[in-house]
Design a protein around this ligand. Structure first.
Ligand SMILES: Cc1cc2nc3c(=O)[nH]c(=O)nc-3n(C[C@H](O)[C@H](O)[C@H](O)COP(=O)(O)O)c2cc1C
Length: 446
């Protein structure tokens, strides 16, 4: 049987490529920005995507503001708007476990799940960028594995909070004047190494029970967290073979944590440029690259690698000493490994690493992109993709108008939504309430 692909649209201002706002008819004003997101979410829903996705880092990268739009709206707030504009598509937003409190984030995602009829997803990230630390009054940015240790507890707290309300806690019995049964509300009473959360949420259990959990780290600690908690993983994978190897690691981690292999949907990032012919696609890619500023490129790579830009000479190769100061994240390690192996001046590295470091980049026709998606999914390299349109709205619209029909014809993409929640779109099991048993006993008693 043909396997269908799960499609997640990575929305961004102007597109995933930093020149996206320069090569299409584009209103780059602040007012224009939210309209673009609204239009893009509707386009993705028209294409019957599983979800849209908003990435996030809670800080402004000031040097980039010179080169391309640097607006990062609060993801959950924006998703509430996109949820009101659409009816069925899932809504993934990024929330940092290093720079948020579990009570606050659990409440916001639960509210989103209620407000959208069960379409909320939380991309659990630990935030690799140290700049966020100074926005939250922190003495420093925690180390990579320490961030993950906090993330494990953070999610445990969030789940305890989501499980706090029994499904039938609200009786809304106006004749007796009883709104809820207080003994069906269970405070979290969580006391761990990093978090102490005693109370219950002021938000009842949401339509999905738990919003869908995505996880975007691919380091050993990230994979372990995914195996423990994730429903979905976003990851950079360059080939089908790498995707399969990654899946084996995720499956092993799932089993380690008492879950079945195949519990996690793997959706690698895939940046794409489309053209009606290969030549046209290549021309479009060149247009994007020609407008990309080399200074931005190398500074951006240094930023992603967590390197001090002041210590970098763009005319010289990266020194091993400086490379040793890089962040522990997958992206950072990919960048410094490439820099050291190539021996090229750091300033030239930006010509080689142009998109998601270590991830897939595609330039070609709709037919060729459909082939790629079909092949990856058929061979088990992934369960679909996190599509990163290099220009938004333009290349997202091209995908929906020209790639989606091909995928549908081949049985690789749905022709209508079957379910109404994100969990249903992704074919994920329901999250049973831990109190369901007691609910059943209660009702037996009545
Ligand atoms: C498609 C995709 C989207 C991502 N989105 C975010 C994001 O919005 N915010 C973030 O902090 N990290 C995001 N990440 C992951 C980080 O860039 C980084 O890899 C992670 O914080 C460190 O985890 P790791 O070292 O386990 O890979 C994303 C990764 C991928 C592949």
């Amino acid at each position: 049987m043909t396997r269908t692909a799960h499609l997640n649209a990575f929305l961004s201002t102007g597109g995933y490529h930093e020149s996206g706002w320069l090569v299409q008819d584009y209103d780059a004003s602040v007012d224009g920005d939210i309209s673009h997101y609204r239009q893009a979410a509707r386009t993705a829903e028209r294409g019957l995507f599983d979800s849209v996705f908003l990435a996030d880092v809670p800080s402004l990268t000031k040097f980039r503001a010179k080169f391309f739009p640097q607006i990062r709206w609060d993801p959950v707030t924006l998703l509430a708007v996109l949820g009101a504009d659409t009816s069925t598509i899932g809504l993934f937003g990024t929330g940092s476990t290093t720079y948020s409190e579990p009570y606050e984030l659990a409440r916001r995602f639960s509210t989103l799940d209620h407000a959208t009829g069960g379409r909320a997803g939380w991309n659990v990230v630990t935030t690799a960028h140290a700049a966020a630390a100074e926005n939250f009054g922190r003495a420093g940015h925690p180390e990579h594995d320490d961030r993950y240790a906090r993330a494990v507890e953070f999610v445990e707290v969030a789940r305890a909070l989501w499980d706090g309300w029994e499904e039938d806690a609200i009786v809304a019995d106006r004749s007796r004047g009883i709104w809820a049964e207080p003994d069906r509300i269970h405070p979290a009473e969580f006391h761990g190494e990093y978090y102490d959360v005693a109370g219950a949420l002021p938000v009842p259990r949401s339509p999905q029970g738990h919003p869908v959990l995505a996880q975007a780290g691919s380091s050993p600690a990230g994979v372990d967290l995914a195996g423990r908690i994730a429903d979905v993983v976003f990851t950079p994978q360059p080939t089908i073979a790498a995707g399969k190897e990654f899946r084996a690691k995720i499956d092993a981690a799932s089993i380690r944590h008492g879950r079945a292999a195949g519990s996690v949907r793997i959706l690698p990032g895939l940046a794409f440029v489309l053209g009606s012919t290969e030549d046209e696609a290549r021309r479009r890619r060149r247009e994007l690259e020609d407008r990309a500023d080399p200074e931005l490129r190398w500074r951006n790579l240094a930023y992603h690698a967590g390197l001090d830009q002041k210590q970098i000479d763009p005319l010289s190769p990266l020194s091993p000493e400086l490379a040793a100061t890089a962040e522990g994240s997958t992206f950072a390690q990919f960048i410094v490994t490439e820099a050291l192996a190539s021996g090229r001046p750091f300033g030239e590295l930006g010509a080689v690493i142009t998109g998601l470091p270590g991830g897939l980049e595609f330039t070609g026709t709709p037919e060729q992109l459909a082939n790629l998606i079909e092949e990856w999914v058929a061979e088990g390299g992934s369960d679909g993709f996190t599509l990163q349109p290099t220009t938004v709205p333009e290349s997202l619209e091209l995908f929906v108008d020209h790639v989606v029909p091909i995928l549908q014809k081949r049985g690789v993409h749905r022709t209508e939504y079957q379910g109404s929640t994100l969990r249903e779109h992704l074919g994920l099991a329901e999250v049973p309430s831990p109190h369901r048993q007691s609910v059943a006993l209660d009702s037996d008693r009545r």
